[in-house]
Ligand binder design. Structure first.
Ligand code: SF4
Length: 430
């Protein structure tokens, strides 16, 4: 039984060479074991050639960066089947394909999260950042940073390893477990940085991630510690968030990247409830960060609501979509899916006990009221729920994005801002 020992967790070239040799030698996936830096057997020598679709290569190049010990074999199995004429990409419900896609989406999400969360400290000669990525995205992100910002010398440290760009070469070295704070990171770098740089070696190329839109930034807030997420501080809710990560109560978790729970401070003035995470929320893992969230931010600002003072969540915690080519087209959750996922919404409501619920759109309203809601007829006036809690219905911001006519869109937007101004008054106790 061949054992393939890859040089690193992201040894893309090694995996490709081994896959090619094994397929040509007709070695089925069940007879191959994969490891990283373990004992290796010689690869068989096969003859001939075969090609794999670009879509499968693109999928594998992302999924191989996932922190999943079975990914090398999973991806080899997909290539093996494609070569045998059983194209896994032909079936949207193929379990191996779905698993590989989930890994790929998770990698993309983590690459994006790393780029948006890591904050760099300015040292004498370089920018210094630390981050603990959930997947093996250090190399891909470092390559992107170096390519996009060739003059920005940086060292990017993670528990798995570190990447160092000096304007000419990108090298990889040892990492660091989470430092307590920025001072600890700087002290570690001052004590060990020179040795780390001395020992760092040029790495193998890894698959490219998506393009960067940001340069490494000096911190406008601490590089370490409570970074960006203002996740609810209620301990019971934190436990629920962890449990919801693996929720399989309905089938929506299968194609989605991750559970997107609500977020906001424990003492929030109101809970805003939308429908479900969208494409960007699914990748980033936070609610209302895509186009609808940005529109909501703008409308809140105009209405005098500080988003940092509210808790925002969705009726359904996984993104429901239909794949169309490389795009994922939003699909509304069914009443049954809303009802099943209400479990988590109730957890949020019980733990936070906020005095006001703002129900945005038909799904958000249905999740709380348990019945179909005609939003345009019922919006704009506060009412009491059976348990005495105050509620208020308005439109979902994505509705405004879908209005094709600019005049109607502007009119509806102003009506939305007026609704939010009423919400502000309710939040203030007026
Ligand atoms: S949509 Fe809700 S109920 Fe369904 S799997 Fe996701 S978190 Fe669970």
């Amino acid at each position: 039984m061949p054992n393939v020992a890859l040089r690193s967790e992201t040894d893309w070239d090694g995996w490709r060479q081994a896959t090619r040799a094994l397929v040509l030698a007709s070695v089925p996936p069940s007879e191959v074991t994969w490891s990283v830096v373990g004992p290796a057997t010689d690869l068989p020598s096969g003859t001939g050639s075969f090609t794999v679709s670009r879509a499968l290569v693109a999928l594998a190049s992302l999924a191989i960066q996932a922190r999943d010990q079975d990914r090398f074999g999973l991806l080899y199995g997909l290539v093996w089947r494609a070569n045998a004429g059983d194209n896994p990409l032909a079936s949207e419900t193929d379990p191996d394909l779905l698993l590989a896609r989930r890994l790929a989406f998770a990698v993309r999400a983590e690459a994006h999260r790393m780029r948006t969360h890591v904050r760099f400290l300015a040292t004498e000669d370089r920018l210094l950042g630390w981050y603990a990525p959930a997947h093996f995205v250090l190399e891909a992100n470092a390559q992107l940073l170096a390519r996009r910002f060739p003059k920005a010398m940086f060292s990017l440290i993670t528990p798995d390893g570190s990447a160092h760009w000096d304007g000419a070469e990108l090298r990889f070295g040892t990492g660091l477990r989470q430092p307590e704070d920025d001072d600890t990171l700087l002290a570690w770098w001052n004590a060990h940085g020179a040795a780390v740089l001395d020992e760092a070696t040029i790495g193998t190329s890894v698959p490219e991630a998506e393009d960067l839109d940001e340069a490494p930034r000096p911190p406008d807030r601490p590089a370490i510690g409570p970074v960006v997420l203002a996740l609810a501080t209620d301990p019971g809710l934190r436990t629920a968030v962890r449990q919801a990560v693996t929720c399989q109560r309905c089938a929506l978790h299968i194609p989605a990247t991750q559970t997107v729970f609500g977020e906001g401070p424990a003492g929030a003035a109101a809970m805003f409830i939308g429908e479900q995470p969208g494409d960007q929320e699914d990748i980033i893992g936070r609610p209302f960060v895509g186009p609808a969230g940005q529109l909501l931010d703008r409308a809140m600002e105009e209405a005098g609501i500080d988003r940092r003072t509210i808790y925002i969540t969705n009726a359904v915690k996984h993104f429901k979509f239909a794949p169309r080519g490389t795009r994922r087209i939003h699909q509304s959750p069914s009443p049954e899916e809303i009802q099943i996922c209400r479990f988590w919404l109730d957890v949020e409501r019980v733990h936070l006990r906020l005095k006001l619920l703002v129900l945005m759109g038909a799904s958000g309203a249905r999740a709380v009221l348990g019945r179909p809601v005609a939003v345009t007829r019922e919006r704009g006036r506060p009412f009491r729920l059976e348990d005495g809690q105050l509620a208020f219905i308005t439109v979902h911001p994505s509705y405004l994005l879908r209005i094709p006519d600019e005049a109607s869109k502007a009119r509806e937007y102003q009506a939305f801002v007026r609704d939010l101004a009423m919400v502000r008054d309710l939040m203030e106790g007026g």
